[in-house]
Ligand binder design. Structure first.
Ligand SMILES: *Cc1c(COP(=O)(O)O)cnc(C)c1O
Length: 265
């Protein structure tokens, strides 16, 4: 087949950031590329928020990022986020949980997170809302959608989104900010772009049919390897880890076992 994507390419080399200046330089470089991508498609670069992702980054290096100006950090795993939140409680930094959540961990997220970007089940919404109501807190949430049409374990199937958004309106402690997705992990940029485009289409449709249900309609999409494509396709939040902090030893497949592109048999 002429256009069959090749095997997964090794991730690009991201040097480890070891000083505040390193982090500042990486943040500025990513920001520059975001701005460039936005201008290519006549978007206002200020519409795009850069969320640094600090999963697996130890606390001493997270301090560098805070010194470099980061005020909100993304973490995939709740336990890791909670541990860092406690260890760094004296720093002016808030936490965005961006990974899949089990219902029994909802109480942890409700206790400290500023934002939860991976909401894809009503049972989790219900558990979060109950804990938040009890604590008198509110939480910004993104609905995670599976846009890759693979048998990904995480993310709502696109056709379930309208009913899901309608059901979320009953949980008043949850403030819906928009949608989130992970593109396929593949070197085939057309297929990556298709994932992002689908998320935007779903957001646009949701806005047309009931704008109150999707809040500002943010689109959280794009990571170190694909955030420029995401910005071209309308991202309002990009979640970038390795390009800011350096390469992770843990492969991405550990976080998204089913997200990797495989040759179809
Ligand atoms: C780790 C992670 C990212 C960032 O990935 P990088 O390759 O480090 O940029 C983005 N989104 C989610 C959900 C993640 O878990």
């Amino acid at each position: 087949m002429p256009n069959e994507p090749g095997p997964l390419e090794p991730e690009p080399h991201y040097p480890t950031a070891r000083t505040v200046a390193d982090v500042e330089r990486n943040l500025a470089a990513v920001r520059d590329r975001i701005d460039g991508a936005a201008r290519r498609v006549d978007r206002d670069p200020d519409e795009v928020r850069l969320l640094p992702v600090s999963k697996t980054v130890p606390e001493d290096r997270i301090r560098l990022a805070v010194a470099a100006g980061a005020t909100l950090l993304g973490e995939n795993k709740v336990q890791e986020a909670l541990r860092k939140h406690r260890a760094l409680a004296n720093l002016p930094v808030a936490w965005s949980v961006i990974g899949h959540l089990q219902t029994n961990k909802a109480k942890d997220v409700a206790s400290f997170a500023a934002e939860f970007q991976a909401l894809d089940r009503l049972r989790v919404a219900e558990a979060l809302d109950r804990r938040l109501q009890a604590a008198g807190r509110r939480l910004d949430v993104h609905v995670q959608v599976n846009t890759s049409a693979e048998d990904s374990k995480f993310g709502l199937p696109p056709e379930e989104l309208p009913a899901f958004l309608a059901a979320l309106s009953h949980y008043s402690a949850l403030r819906v900010r928009g949608l989130m997705t992970l593109a396929l992990l593949t070197p085939d940029t057309d297929r990556i772009r298709a994932c992002f485009r689908l998320l935007r289409t779903l957001r646009d449709r949701a806005r047309e049919s009931d704008p109150d249900l999707i809040g500002p309609g943010e689109l959280s999409m794009g990571m170190s390897g694909d955030y420029e494509i995401a910005v071209e396709e309308g991202a309002t939040c990009v979640r970038v880890g390795q390009a800011i902090f350096g390469a992770r030893a843990t492969p991405s497949q550990y976080y998204w076992p089913e997200q990797t592109d495989r040759p179809t048999a």
